[in-house]
Design a protein around this ligand. Structure first.
Ligand SMILES: C[S@@+](CC[C@H](N)C(=O)[O-])C[C@H]1O[C@@H](n2cnc3c(N)ncnc32)[C@H](O)[C@@H]1O
Length: 277
């Protein structure tokens, strides 16, 4: 079913307001494709009717969640881009392991999708802890929070079970053997890794003031979908939940440059990450 310009404008505004994703005119096909199932399910005659249901029906909240599920891109993989996890191992964790006065090390994976990012951080933690004499003590200090706007993604992350296709994306055979067990045709992450993490649904447009403070924030491949104004706003908000001298990781195509002057740049293993000044 085709979407008219008027209908597209209505959905575009709604999606930007509810989850920050900015869509230009070239993305009309995306709305057509991604909402096609919802149109069929609700038996709406056109996109205008679906929009009306989203605004007026008793099912409005549930429908809005379905729209958000449909328009969010949850593409992710294990140890994505490698360098953030090398930076944890080579720079950040050694620095924190020497500071025994810091009791907790809080890490936030914002826009964590189905959990591959926070679990990769947890595996990195355990591998680093094994190199220390008092590794258990270090590991106990780490707490990793994964959040996402998608309820379905967060549920998946909480369960921590992955099919063969998801497993093959970025995970070495050694790590698969060390940190997962097979459950019929799927792979389940070990409890020792799971224990380092917790998850909940969180819209980045509504970061609550009681969230944090964090020592490290991963905000990777999420803001690419946001407008320039929203990037400035979200980064400003991140500076209020990140501790002074805390670390920020963005996706490889993303930067703070032009959006925030509160960060120093650090180069490591072909990538760049940021330190709050
Ligand atoms: C492309 S994935 C990135 C996953 C992971 N960070 C990575 O780099 O592999 C983007 C994630 O951001 C989430 N997302 C999009 N808009 C969001 C918002 N307003 N609040 C929270 N999460 C959002 C999506 O649901 C999706 O799971």
């Amino acid at each position: 079913m085709k979407i008219s310009q008027n209908e597209f404008d209505l959905f575009r505004r709604l999606i930007q307001e509810k989850c920050g994703i900015a869509l230009d005119n070239s993305k009309a096909y995306l709305i057509e494709n991604r909402l096609a199932r919802l149109i069929a399910e609700t038996q709406c005659k056109n996109f205008g009717e679906l929009y009306f249901m989203l605004k007026n029906s008793a099912r409005a909240k549930k429908l809005l969640n379905q729209v958000i599920e449909a328009v969010t891109t949850k593409e992710t993989l294990w140890f994505r881009d490698q360098y953030p996890f090398k930076a944890l191992t080579n720079i950040i964790f050694p620095e924190y392991s020497k500071q025994s006065d810091i009791s907790e090390i809080n890490i936030w994976s914002a826009g964590c999708s189905t959990g591959q990012e926070p679990y990769s951080i947890a595996v990195t933690t355990q591998e680093f802890a094994r190199t220390l004499l008092d590794g258990q003590k270090f590991q106990k200090r780490i707490s990793i929070l994964g959040t996402d706007i998608s309820e379905r993604a967060v549920e998946h992350a909480l369960i921590g079970e992955y099919d063969e296709i998801a497993i093959q994306r970025g995970l070495s055979p050694k790590r698969l053997k060390d940190y997962f067990y097979q459950n019929e045709k799927k792979w389940q992450i070990n409890d020792s890794i799971k224990r380092l993490t917790h998850f909940h649904c969180q819209n980045l447009l509504d970061i609550p003031s009681q969230l944090g403070p964090f020592d490290i924030v991963f905000l990777r491949n999420v803001m690419i979908y946001f407008s320039e104004e929203l990037k400035i706003k979200i980064l400003k908000r991140v500076t209020t939940v990140l501790k002074k001298e805390g670390y920020l990781f963005l996706g490889t195509g993303e930067t703070v440059q032009g959006y925030s002057d509160r960060f120093a740049f650090i180069k490591h293993e072909g990538g760049i990450f940021f330190k709050l000044l």
